[in-house]
Ligand binder design. Structure first.
Ligand code: NDP
Ligand code: 2IT
Length: 448
């Protein structure tokens, strides 16, 4: 459809003029725009309503100073962000990332993808994201606490249980959410539902910690089953060793696969006997150490510096669970050369646009993050439900709901791709299915 193509191209070039330096945000928008052209034949009203230009513009961006005092008594200053991207489907929902690389472009790309991911869950949540360039590594608990208190002192005026509900992401886990929650409560009075991913004793949900990694593996399993395949006897590589990676490793082993390697930002470990999940959990979740330490208790494993996707070792399934753009064209080609048949993303945008093209050319199964890693935010939404009802569901109950949600997302993404005549293209399936719901919801609310 000529008109749609022109509309898409014009929208993108306007954005490039406005935000030329926001490379990650432009990349996420480009990936989205590249796949949604088929929508406009069925929905010409999306052009009349200028939905694209509206959806790529955040409803609101909040940026603030976060001053705090380190253990030496020096005053430090970080930058805080919250992007309230789209509330058509419900209150803004999305994590907070604490990492030195955080800037407006990164928070906007994450917030943008969150809109469609949250829409895919089928739960009533809009999209948002936030964070800071604060680096929690090598900081004492007291420093992390003082930082979180300062961060929340500003953020609290912009969020609320029916308005905007942050959670974790890179560098933000139960410890940080606990400190953030404590400060919110101190300023506002008790509000269990204002953050998710809370420690259990503060009203957190069972299975939230595991949800993203488990959900990723449930999704991947469905995708494999559809082709008559499974995790059974497959060799798998998982990048990262944080929250998402850890529980993905555990679930792959439960389903009969063997994870032979995982990583952190310094390097990777290769253990052909299978990565020992309990050692990684102890090292990364409890002791906050480097993955290189794994080899001290597992002498058969090898530690190497560099990118995990450079590994030359036969394996079949790749689960990137670390960070954006960790896989480029050459690394994607290397995956294919090692025999990879499926890539499913636990991280947000871990494959760059050229890597995605390599997967496509090779004809392998490829599940983009906004579909495959939606289990985390889905269980966050279940945490909100439990908080509102003053109930807490059992681990099994939450895990069962998570399984159903991931299956429903898989089916919707697959069937949407088929419906729009791009069968097997899960990028298009996820973008279109997520987008159409949000666009219709925006139109029903008028020009706001
Ligand atoms: P964690 O902070 O728990 O772990 C992040 C992992 O990725 C660590 O092993 C970290 O290594 C590694 N990593 C981080 N930055 C880089 C980098 N620049 N280069 C190489 N490795 C890096 O975060 P999560 O596990 O929560 O998040 C991982 C990914 O999953 C992110 O893309 C996040 O957005 C996404 N995600 C998270 C969800 C959640 O519920 N937590 C939900 C959906 C998606 P190191 O320790 O050395 O920094
Ligand atoms: O990227 C993500 O979906 C998350 N970091 C989880 C967000 C959430 O609100 O649980």
């Amino acid at each position: 459809m000529e008109e749609a193509r022109k509309y898409i191209e014009e929208t993108y070039s306007k954005l490039v003029k406005k935000d030329p330096d926001q490379t990650e945000f432009l990349q996420a928008v480009k990936e989205f725009l590249n796949s949604i052209e088929p929508v406009f034949t069925a929905h010409p009203e999306f052009i009349e309503q200028n939905i694209l230009e509206r959806i790529i513009e955040p409803e609101r961006i909040i940026q603030f100073r976060v001053p705090w005092t380190d253990d030496q008594g020096r005053v430090q200053v970080n930058r805080g962000f919250r992007v309230q991207f789209n509330s058509a489907n419900g209150p803004y929902k999305g994590g907070l990332r604490f990492h030195p690389s955080v800037n407006q472009s990164i928070i906007k790309f994450l917030g943008f993808e969150q809109i469609f991911k949250n829409s895919l869950t089928g739960l009533p949540i809009g999209g948002g994201k936030g964070g800071s360039d604060f680096d929690p590594k090598e900081k004492s608990d007291a420093e992390v606490m003082r930082f979180c208190q300062s961060f929340m002192t500003e953020l609290q005026r912009h969020i609320g249980p029916d308005l905007d509900i942050p959670a974790g992401d890179i560098g933000v886990g139960g410890r940080e959410i606990g400190y953030l929650y404590g400060q919110y409560k101190r300023i506002n009075g008790s509000q269990a539902g204002v953050l998710t991913g809370k420690p259990l004793m503060l009203g957190g949900s069972l299975a939230r910690t595991e949800a993203t990694g488990y959900g990723l593996v449930y999704f991947t399993d469905k995708m494999l089953q559809n082709e008559g395949k499974s995790f059974e006897n497959k060799k798998v590589i998982v990048s990262g060793s944080g929250n998402v990676a850890l529980y993905a490793i555990q679930k792959v082993h439960e389903l009969g696969g063997t994870v032979i390697a995982c990583s952190d930002s310094n390097g990777y470990i290769l253990d052909p006997a299978g990565i020992d999940y309990t050692t990684v959990k102890q090292l990364k979740e409890v002791e906050r150490k480097r993955i290189s330490e794994y080899v001290t208790t597992h002498p058969t494993a090898i530690y190497s510096e560099g990118n995990i996707w450079d590994i030359e070792e036969a394996y079949q399934i790749a689960l990137p669970c670390a960070t954006q753009n960790e896989v480029n064209k050459d690394l994607a080609k290397n995956m294919i050369a090692q025999g990879v048949i499926a890539v499913a993303e636990g991280a947000n945008m871990p494959s760059d646009l050229e890597a995605i093209e390599v997967y496509r050319q090779a004809g392998i199964l490829y599940a983009p993050g906004k579909a495959a890693n939606a289990g985390g935010v889905a269980v966050s939404a279940l945490e909100m439900s439990q908080n509102s009802q003053r109930l807490s569901w059992s681990f099994e109950e939450v895990d069962e709901k998570l399984t159903d949600i991931m299956e429903a997302i898989y089916t919707e993404v697959r069937d949407t791709a088929k419906l729009y005549q791009v069968e097997g293209d899960f990028v298009a399936g996820a973008n279109i299915a997520g987008f159409v719901k949000v666009a219709l919801s925006m139109i029903s609310q008028g020009i706001v």
